[in-house]
Ligand binder design. Structure first.
Ligand SMILES: [Zn+2]
Length: 300
């Protein structure tokens, strides 16, 4: 099972306590896959688990509603389609009106007024037409629909919750999406997907650590390369001196470090300092090496 389906299964079990939120979540399912035919009202979903949630939400708000659940094989898809149907015309009309007449923040865009209901609405939208990429690949959460007014509503609702969703067209659909790890974690939390959130956070921690280790390794490699490059230049200087004169003609302290440098091309200055007799500090080695380089330049 993919991360997306796992998240949906978790959210299928998140049941809002307040009646206003149940209606809000139900209205999201209706916005995406609902149809009002006058004498009855349908809400479709291809996952039986989620169809069951739709029925439960409906029954909790309208305990007396006469309902029916139909399972049909879709022609185009391999999947089945579950239909939750409100049967009697009076109840169908009642549900239809209730879904339309909630309390809105924005009358035109139909963004729900209460934060608790906004959260429930986004959860319903995600369960209807949403998906989330496995965080081990990358961070991406999207909700898509061909209905532009629904996409707009989802976009504005997510942003009313304090997030910064983006919207783009894709193959005839509109896609509302988040790409930032922090924002996705916040949205999962708002929707009530706590297990999915924990999984994403764990993956993030491991990823961060891996990046840090890589950075350290790269840094170390860079330092080693720098040391080797410096050593190559120092050895060349000593060889230039040798072309013109014998190392034994140099002052003994310089001759000693020149020989050690040639014999130990991979050693750091500190290590060379430990080889001299008596041992000297890194800066002492550095001073002598600098004298050798100056001399080689003079000899040229
Ligand atoms: Zn509410």
């Amino acid at each position: 099972m993919g991360f997306s389906e796992e998240t949906k299964r978790e959210l299928a079990h998140a049941f809002p306590a307040a009646k206003c939120c149940r209606l809000a979540e139900l209205s999201a399912f209706y916005d995406f896959n609902g149809y009002f035919f006058g004498s009855y009202l349908d809400i479709n979903h291809f996952m039986p688990l989620i169809a069951r949630k739709i029925l439960k939400l409906l029954k909790s708000v309208y305990p007396d509603a006469q309902t029916q659940v139909l399972v049909q094989r879709a022609r185009a898809r391999k999947n089945q389609v579950c239909t939750v149907r409100v049967l009697t015309p009076e109840t169908a009309e009642l549900v239809y009106q209730a879904l339309k007449e909630q309390e809105y923040l924005d009358e035109q865009q139909k963004v729900l007024a209460q934060r608790c209901c906004q959260r429930a609405y986004v959860r319903g939208a995600f369960l209807s037409h949403g998906s989330i990429t496995n965080p081990e690949k990358n961070y991406h959460l999207e909700i898509f629909t061909e209905k532009s007014e629904v996409a707009e509503k989802v976009y504005l609702t997510i942003n009313a919750l304090g997030l910064e969703a983006k919207m783009t067209a894709r193959k005839g659909d509109l896609m509302v999406y988040l790409k930032d790890g922090d924002q996705i974690v916040t949205l999962l939390n708002l929707m009530g997907a706590h297990k999915a959130l924990m999984h994403l956070e764990n993956v993030r921690i491991v990823k961060d650590m891996r990046n840090q280790v890589n950075r350290l390794v790269n840094c170390e490699t860079a330092n080693v390369e720098k040391t080797i490059q410096a050593a190559v230049a120092q050895i060349e200087a000593v060889k230039k001196i040798q072309e013109r004169m014998s190392l034994s003609d140099l002052p003994p302290k310089l001759a000693e470090i020149a020989r050690l440098r040639i014999e130990n091309p991979y050693s750091s200055l500190k290590e060379l300092g430990e080889m001299t007799n008596p041992p000297i500090s890194k800066s002492g080695v550095n001073y002598r090496i600098k004298q050798l380089i100056d001399l080689s330049k003079k000899l040229e």
